[in-house]
Structure formats: structure tokens, C-alpha cells
Design a binder for this molecule. Structure first.
Ligand SMILES: [Zn+2]
Length: 233
């Protein structure tokens, strides 16, 4: 079941109060139209009744797509620096919903799910794109690391991230974007072969793979943000 609850937010343009049906949980098996809306960058779009300005709530929901083997805790972009503590909360929530603390029927569903934590719309959308195009998201993150060495221009900075935005035939389209505003700074393409090269060479990438997949937050940004999980424990 997909669950919504009414919340009141301030219109970012005129500051009027706007009541929005915020989603807390998305079941994409039952509501594939929600999955499509995320992929089309319009899920949780809203319009201010006073000034008709359109804006989008930051994501803050759990996403289940058993058909594609995905369970994602999609959180607001500005929360990323707290990823370690949020990872712990999310891991516990999954354990209760589909993991060791859940009833048998739910555990059977959970066995086939990958657990992910994302921050901001571009990140959750990227995970859905990976599933749609049979890309391993850990390998995609490793490809991004490889790209950082190859690209002539790397506009890296706080809140700015590299995201896969489209897959067309054998070409991957990526963007540098300001995550919270979903603002595209630069776009480029690379051949899918670059992904395949990394995918077919797991030994060379084993150490990075282990770091990226040590929690639900599978994202290269954790490699240069804070001391990481090993240091926190
Ligand atoms: Zn307004």
C-alpha cells in the first residue's frame, strides 16, 4: 500500500501556507504510475494555491518494488551529511519490515530486495534507472570514480553530484547537478562499454566495492565525506 499524509509547507515564492499530501511510503508493484512519476521528475510536484508557483517536496519515503528487487529509503537532499545515523535507522526499519525482525512472509519478500538509502530526487531516480536498465548501482558508482579521473571538467562541491540521468542504447547520459534544486550544471555522455569494463574486472575494484557497499548508502560521496563507517565504529 502507498501511504500519504497531509503536511503544511511554506510556498518558496510567496510564503503562503500550502497543504500537500506528502508520501510516506510507495509500493511500486501496486502503483507503477508512482514509479513512472519519479522517473519523469514530477512525483510530489505541487502548486501554491495563492500564487500558482510550482515546487516539489523533498523526498522522504520508503519505496518498495519487489518486482525489481528494490527497497529504497529516499530522504531529503540536505540530510546527506548525517548518512551514518540515518543508515542505522533505515537498517533497523528494514529489519522490522522485511528483515530478521519481520514475519516469515515479509522475510521471504525481503530476501530478494536490495536495501538502499538515497538523498534527493536525482539519487532515487538514478536507482530506478539502474533497475530499469539492468545496471549494478555499485558498479555505476565505481564508473563515476573512474570518470573523475578522465573528465576534463569536474565541478565538484557541496550539494553538487554526478548522476546517471538516461540510458539510450549503448550510451549513458550523466549530469553534474545541484541535488536539492535538481539544477543541471553540465551534461555529457559516455559509452556503456566503460561500465562494462569495470563490471568485468571485479578483482581490481574489490576494495572500492567493499567500501561502497558497507551500508545502504551506496554513493561515491561517502568516500570523501567524513571519516566513514569503519572509523565511526
Ligand atoms: Zn505561492
Amino acid at each position: 500500500m502507498s501511504l500519504f499524509h497531509p503536511i503544511t509547507v511554506k510556498c518558496p515564492k510567496c510564503e503562503a501556507d500550502v497543504t500537500v499530501k506528502a508520501v510516506g511510503s510507495v509500493n511500486a508493484d501496486r502503483r507503477p504510475d508512482f514509479r513512472e512519476a519519479i522517473l519523469e521528475d514530477r512525483f510530489q510536484d505541487t502548486t501554491c494555491g495563492a500564487c500558482e508557483h510550482s515546487f516539489r517536496l523533498q523526498p522522504e519515503f520508503n519505496y518498495l518494488d519487489a518486482g525489481n528487487g528494490q527497497w529504497i529509503a529516499a530522504m531529503p537532499a540536505p540530510d546527506m551529511p548525517r548518512y551514518l545515523e540515518i543508515e542505522d535507522v533505515v537498517s533497523d526499519l528494514f529489519a522490522q519490515s522485511y528483515g530478521p525482525k519481520a514475519p516469515k512472509a515479509a522475510r521471504d519478500v525481503g530476501d530478494k530486495l536490495s536495501v538502499r538509502l538515497t538523498f534527493g530526487w536525482p539519487a532515487v531516480r538514478e536507482k530506478l534507472l539502474c533497475a530499469a536498465h539492468d545496471l549494478d548501482d555499485v558498479v555505476l558508482e565505481m564508473m563515476k570514480l573512474d570518470l573523475l579521473r578522465k573528465l576534463p571538467s569536474v565541478p565538484i562541491g557541496p550539494g553538487i553530484e554526478l548522476r546517471l540521468v538516461a540510458v539510450v542504447d549503448d550510451t549513458l547520459a550523466l549530469c553534474w547537478m545541484q541535488s536539492a534544486r535538481e539544477e543541471v550544471l553540465e551534461q555529457f555522455t559516455c559509452p556503456r562499454g566503460w561500465y562494462d569494463t569495470i563490471s568485468s574486472n571485479p578483482d581490481a575494484w574489490a576494495a572500492v566495492h567493499a567500501q561502497l557497499s558497507d551500508g545502504a548508502f551506496v554513493d561515491i560521496q561517502k568516500l570523501y565525506m567524513g571519516a566513514g563507517r569503519a572509523a565511526a565504529e
